[in-house]
Design a protein around this ligand. Structure first.
Ligand SMILES: Nc1ncnc2c1ncn2[C@@H]1O[C@H](COP(=O)(O)OP(=O)(O)O)[C@@H](O)[C@H]1O
Ligand SMILES: [Mg+2]
Length: 158
């Protein structure tokens, strides 16, 4: 008999010192809907984790920028889609990690191009997303993975 292990709900209390960091992963098709879905997921998850404002708000703003960038880099035609073995559509992966000390949000896409911070002039209509992420998060960065890269933002909570 096959008995699946139970799908669990996210914790509904703040993280406690000494516990391993919590993590949740969300895979999204690389479609424009990924942006509002990512924002809604962050709202629900950080609410469940009882993360005090303004972290939830800042996290949603940064996610909007990072997911939009990931879509632009991987959207077809011309992008570099992350195709998972199990799934033949371009994907964006999100990972949220939380401990009493840190919140880390990661956005993985299939392009190996690195983000480049622009110095947008006042009348430029684009080029402010990464600057905004840098202003709203404690730190942000990029690391490479086998197929693409991960852009992350982190907040020091304590
Ligand atoms: N995930 C990404 N993959 C590849 N290139 C990226 C990514 N994110 C950002 N970039 C590059 O960095 C530039 C600056 O991004 P950003 O500050 O968000 O401004 P904008 O998206 O308005 O151009 C983008 O134009 C793009 O060339
Ligand atoms: Mg952008």
């Amino acid at each position: 008999m096959i008995v699946p292990s139970a799908m669990t709900e996210p914790e509904t209390r703040p993280p406690v010192a000494g516990e391993p960091a919590r993590a949740e992963v969300l895979g999204l098709a690389a479609l424009p809907s990924a942006v509002p879905v990512a924002r809604y997921f962050a709202h629900a998850l950080l609410g469940a984790w009882r993360l005090a404002e303004p972290y939830g708000w800042a996290c949603r703003q940064v996610l909007s920028e990072l997911v939009s960038n990931a879509l632009e880099a991987t959207g077809e035609p011309g992008g570099a889609p992350l195709r998972l073995e199990t799934c033949d559509v371009a994907m964006i992966l999100l990972r949220f990690q939380c401990s009493p000390a840190h919140l880390i949000v990661e956005v993985r896409d299939g392009s190996s191009e690195c983000p480049r911070v622009s110095n947008a002039a006042p009348l430029d209509e684009s080029g402010r997303g990464l600057a905004l992420a840098g202003a709203l998060a404690s730190e942000w960065g990029v690391y490479g993975v086998a197929q693409g890269k991960v852009v992350w933002a982190a907040w020091q909570l304590a």
